[in-house]
Every structure is written in structure tokens, then in C-alpha cells.
Write a protein that binds this ligand. Sequence first.
Ligand SMILES: [Zn+2]
Length: 335
Amino acid sequence: MALTNSQYTKIMRDYEERQNETRLLQDKRKNEVITKIPEYKILDDEAIDASMEYARMTLLNKADDADKRLNDLKVQIGRIAKQKALLLQKNGYPANYLDPVYTCPDCRDTGYIGTEKCHCFKQQIVDLLYSQSNLNEVLKAENFSTFRLDYFSKNDIDPASKLTCYDLMSMYLKNAKEFVANFSTSKENLLFTGNAGLGKTFLSHCIANELLKKGYTVLYLSAPQLFDILRKELISKNGEERATTELGRYVFNCDLLIIDDLGTENITEFTVSELNTVINERLLGKHSTIISTNLTPPEMKETYGERNFSRVVGLYTLYKFYGKDIRLAKKYSTL
Ligand SMILES: [Zn+2]
């Protein structure tokens, strides 16, 4: 499951298209500005002359006072840039109005940072290979801005925490936002437990959406999908080093792996031992993981064994969801 040539070409073509769009937009804005502010054109011409002179001098660099002259030019170019920005602002534009607007400023929509693939490229590979494209649609609907606390009961009290469902969810929502805010440093792992329909998947979608927006790589897999990938990896590796495909490596080293519905896969010795490997390798690599499951902690222990269980319980932050299926409440609220 690696990228085919045509998939690679398609991604690179998309980048080129984006760069073209950026250039077109930039040209359009520049024409608009020049028409409205004729002084801008004069400054712009001056800047071009100075830059060309600078380039020429760098290439030839023969005069005795070349260094001084280069430095003067640099100062001049900087001064003109400031004047241009001021002029824009004076006329009601943002100072950076004519800067290129990149979809991904990190790689300037080239897909690469140096010779390394940018995070936006890696995410596209995952999207392509594991058709997470439907996830993108889901994330438009399920994110922090659409999370509705009012579906959670203010009367129903969770016996474990002694909090109402509403207060419990408010707390988890706040914690999830902190998880996102501290993501680059905390390397926290989360375990969501509780029955279906209590918002576990929704909350993990909120987190995924937010981190994707921040440029992190996120892999969202149901447990059956995860083990399916690992099984195929195992077959293709022929006893060699594991995880040889882009997607396989991704399971182990993407910034956030979300395993949804753990326990719904066909549980075998293979899945139990692979889960152990995934959990361990990600802990060692300091990559965050979110596991969501309908199993209770004792059921988890029973299913995955003491070793898996103690690691997850010891090293993951537990979010224990409680309450009635909110999907019903949602359904009726839209009728
Ligand atoms: Zn990028």
C-alpha cells in the first residue's frame, strides 16, 4: 500500500495548482493596489531595481567597495519594503495584503521542506491510502464549534464521579481542549471508555479536527481498520523490518493515532500482541494515542491481558463517559 505514480503525480499537480492560484490572487491584488495607489508602483519599481542591482553585484562582486555597496542596497531594500507596507496600511489594506497566501505556509504549497515531505503531504498520503476523505467530511460536522453540551443531562448523576452528565462532559470538553493546546509538549495519551452514543467518537473527532488544522499528522482508524493494516504489513514484510509502507510507518509515528471502537475487531492472539506493539512503540516514540472503547476496564483487562491493560491504565488519562445515548436525543431534536 504505497503511493502509485499516478497518485504521486496527482498530489504534485494539486500543489502546482495551488501555487498557481496563489500567484493569480497575488497578481490580482497587486493590480488592484497599483490602480488605487500609483505611488505604490513607483516604490515597487525602485524595489525591483535595487534587488536586481543586488543580484548583479553578488554575481560579479568585483568593486573594492562591493561589501559596503551590498550592505547599502540591503538597507535600501528593507526601507522600501517598510514604506510599501505603510502605504498599504494608509490606504486601508493589511500590511501583508500582497504577500502570497499559502494553504500551507510551512512548505509554501510545494509539499516539501528541503528534501523532506511536509506534514501536509504526509496527511494527503494517509487520506488517499486510507480514504480518510470521508473523515474530512465528518470533521466539518463534528468539531469543537458544533459540540452541544445541552444534550447531556443535568439531572442524571454519574455514580463514579458524582457529577451530572452535563458537568462530566463539560470537564472532558475542557480537558480535550487543553489536550490540544498542550499537544506539542505534553505527549498525553487518552483512553475513552463508556457505552456507545455518549460522545466518545465525537470528542475524538473534535481533537482530530483541531490538530489537523494546526498541521499535525493524524491517523484515525477503527480497531478493525488498524489490525487490517497491520495484518497486511505483516504479510508484505516477509520477516524483514516491520512497517515498510508509508501507512504502516504512520501507525507508529504519526503525531496522533486515534483507535476508535477498540474491542469491535475480531480478537485473536495476533491483534492482542499487535496492540501491545503499537502502544509500546508509540509510547517510546513519544507520539500521542487516543483509544476509544465500549469495553469497561475489567473487560479490557480480560480481553487484552494484564500487560496491555496496565500500560494503558497507567500511562493514559482516563475519560470515563457516562449517561444515556445522546444520539437519540439528537435524533429527536432535529425532528
Ligand atoms: Zn506543507
